[in-house]
Design a protein around this ligand. Structure first.
Ligand code: G3P
Length: 214
């Protein structure tokens, strides 16, 4: 499973990259605004840190506007993936952008049926938001299971990018199901790394080593 970091913070993107954890980056308008940087500057800084897919989201809502906005984003750098909302106008734009060879990430997906439509439109990635479904007492990971089944039934090549991941259990379950990618905040990636037995085991090894040197 590929791992993307869901972040607009270049310091944490750099740190996660240096730890060898990440294959790409996802951003959204909320994360980009939090960075306090002009959007293009932020995305260009990210392209200098990591050589992998970087999702940059459009803010238009009609195909007539999304298409030129997406084309503009794609021209910034070869690794840009244009993130488009899962609305009818968004899918029209995905079809047109895909025909021009531009990679897309269809976002704000909450059902497997929506994911099927995005795949038919030619999306490169589909981003189902598991955490936001859990927030409203709906099993987010079940949507990932259903999408995996449906895409495999019909041979769709759209990659499942499990998004809105909030916990190590989302990560583990996504990997079990066969999600192609997961995107998670740095806090979740760090949670995955730590285990109390690793920490206590290392402490003991180092203490034993020290004793033996005396
Ligand atoms: O980037 C989209 C997604 O990962 C948002 O996550 O935690 O705001 O629901 P969250």
């Amino acid at each position: 499973m590929k791992i993307f970091i869901d972040s607009g913070d270049t310091n944490e993107i750099r740190e996660a990259h240096e730890m060898g954890l990440i294959d790409g980056v996802t951003t959204n308008p909320t994360l980009a605004s939090k960075s306090g940087k002009p959007f293009k500057q932020l995305i260009m800084e990210i392209t200098e840190i990591i050589d992998g897919p970087i999702s940059a989201e459009v803010v238009s809502t009609t195909a007539a506007e999304i298409i030129p906005e997406g084309e503009g984003l794609a021209q910034w750098h070869k690794n840009i993936v244009v993130k488009v909302p899962l609305i009818g106008e968004g899918l029209k734009a995905v079809k047109a952008l895909t025909a021009k060879g531009i990679k897309t990430n269809v976002t704000l997906c909450f059902t497997a049926s929506q994911a099927l439509l995005a795949a038919k439109a030619g999306a490169t990635y589909i981003s189902p938001f598991v955490g936001r479904l859990d927030d409203i007492s709906t099993d987010g990971m079940q949507v990932i299971r259903d999408i995996r089944l449906i895409y495999d039934n019909y041979g769709y090549e759209t990659q499942i990018l499990t998004a809105s991941a909030r916990s190590p259990m989302h990560f583990l379950e996504a990997a079990r199901i066969g999600s192609d990618v997961i995107t998670a905040p740095f806090s979740v990636l760090k949670q995955l790394l730590h285990h109390p037995l690793t920490d206590s085991g290392l402490k003991k090894f180092l203490a034993d080593w020290e004793k033996a040197q005396k």
